[in-house]
Design a binder for this molecule. Structure first.
Ligand code: FAD
Ligand code: SF4
Length: 402
């Protein structure tokens, strides 16, 4: 039942195909792709190296600039970043930068390369709360600068949404494991099953504290609160990933929501063998939030997507929707309802209200917010990596480093 869910959806390039793709690159001066990467991964530079058969050089460029390079290669919405402005689009289609990056990081792994270097310890200690991509990024960059870094994670395994959110068919756990091992090798200690409740107590023990707790809660619309047959998408995806797809799901499932998390949910349901998956979406197709790739993937699996409807009532297990623009009504009955309507950070978490937590560095000297929980930036893995780099720099400055 779970075989399709466990198999990585996209296949990597062979050496011949990667050369063909790299040969399409125009080797632009002042390359738009490199300017558009939020983490500064510098595609133009690593593609040039691939083109001149220097895969080791390419791997160095990726890894030094992006500590989670193998993960970003698989999950980054490249159509919104590096590939969007690719000059090759004017001729035929953009270079498949994500897939070239995947080839490069897969080669780095196969060649057992050790690219990242650590400076001697400087005697300063930093605590990081949360081991998602933001926590891993800040921890890795600080460790390389000689800080003693300890990460506290409330779950049984590290990785945040990389581990328990993004489905196995898009991001295999084995890739996450290897990226985390790479960071641990830099000297970072990750303590799992350790929820932090008191930042101020940690502050007494460490010279600085970074809060990277993400948005781990799924939103619930009031009419669905407390119903046993209703789940949030993040809880469903968490369970599917933790149990390697080995979960029982009824035959008729209704999903409400139209972003990338909703697309992951409906595609996961289909890959797990659910017969009828209906997705009702607030946005119309012209306003759709999910990436084109994710939407097409869901449609290919046979998900029925109905756009432009708002849920207005719940009658038993039947949801009544009305259309946003035309006088139309829709009723959908399901055994399970999954809500993919957004994520949030718990108010009061760690003793701070959410708006205070987002910019905690402004009020609490030595405490910093990083990743989804911080203000500004998009809620993506590559932004979490960038945020980790920026906060590592801010921590270093605060602790008197140059
Ligand atoms: C289903 C899904 C699919 C996604 N797909 C993509 C994608 O394809 N591409 C993309 O770029 N982005 C994607 N995203 C978004 C991306 O995963 C997030 O933007 C990113 O994970 C944010 O990183 P973070 O480190 O800030 O938070 P998180 O990944 O949420 O990590 C936060 C960590 O903090 C831990 N924590 C929370 N409270 C405490 C506490 N008190 N003590 C200790 N630990 C604590 C949590 O357990 C968690 O491990 C997806 C998100 C979801 C939910
Ligand atoms: S913008 Fe496109 S064509 Fe130009 S260097 Fe980057 S990947 Fe190559």
């Amino acid at each position: 039942m779970s075989e399709k869910y466990l198999k990585e959806y996209e296949v990597g390039y062979t050496p011949r195909l990667v050369m063909e793709e790299a040969s399409r690159c125009l080797l632009c001066h002042d390359a738009p792709c490199s300017k558009a990467c939020p983490a500064g991964t510098d595609p133009a530079k690593f593609i040039r190296s691939v083109r001149f058969k220097n895969v080791k050089g390419a791997a160095e460029t990726v890894r030094i600039n992006n500590i989670l390079g193998a993960i970003c290669a698989r999950v980054c919405p490249t159509e919104r970043y590096c590939q969007q402005g690719c000059s090759r689009s004017g001729i035929d289609k953009p270079i498949d930068i994500g897939r070239i990056q995947r080839y490069v990081t897969d080669s780095e792994d196969a060649l057992k390369m050790n690219i990242l270097e650590v400076k001697p310890r400087n005697g300063k200690k930093v605590a990081v709360i949360g081991s998602g991509p933001a926590g891993l990024s800040v921890a890795g960059y600080l460790a390389m600068e000689g800080y003693e870094v300890k990460v506290f994670e409330k779950e049984a395994k590290a990785g945040g949404y990389l581990r328990y959110g993004i489905p196995e068919y898009r991001l295999p756990s084995s890739v996450v494991d290897k990226e985390i091992k790479r960071i641990e090798k830099l000297g970072v200690v990750i303590e799992c099953n350790h929820p932090v409740e008191d930042v101020k107590a940690l502050k007494k023990e460490f010279d600085a504290v970074v809060v990277a707790v993400g948005h781990s809660k799924g939103k619930v619309l009031p009419m669905f609160a407390g119903k046993r047959f209703v789940k949030t998408a993040v809880d469903f995806l968490h369970e599917a990933k933790r149990r390697k797809g080995n979960i029982k799901v009824p035959e008729h499932v209704l999903v409400i929501g139209g972003g990338d998390v909703a697309m992951d949910t409906v595609t996961t349901l289909k890959l797990l063998g659910v017969k009828q998956v209906t997705d009702v979406v607030y946005e119309t197709f012209s306003e759709f939030k999910a990436s084109k790739k994710e939407l097409e993937g869901a449609q290919k699996e046979g998900v029925s997507i109905i756009d432009g409807y708002v849920p207005v009532a719940l009658k038993g297990k039947k949801v009544v929707f009305t259309h946003r623009f035309v006088p139309a009504k829709l009723e959908v009955k399901a055994d399970l309802i999954i809500l993919a309507v957004g994520q949030y950070t718990e108010a009061g978490l760690l003793g701070y209200e959410v708006n205070k937590l987002q910019e905690v560095e402004k009020t609490e000297p030595g405490v910093f917010a990083c990743g989804d929980v911080s203000k500004g930036g998009e809620k993506t893995v590559v932004y979490a990596v960038r945020s980790g780099k920026e906060v590592a720099y801010a921590v270093k400055k605060y602790l008197g480093g140059k």
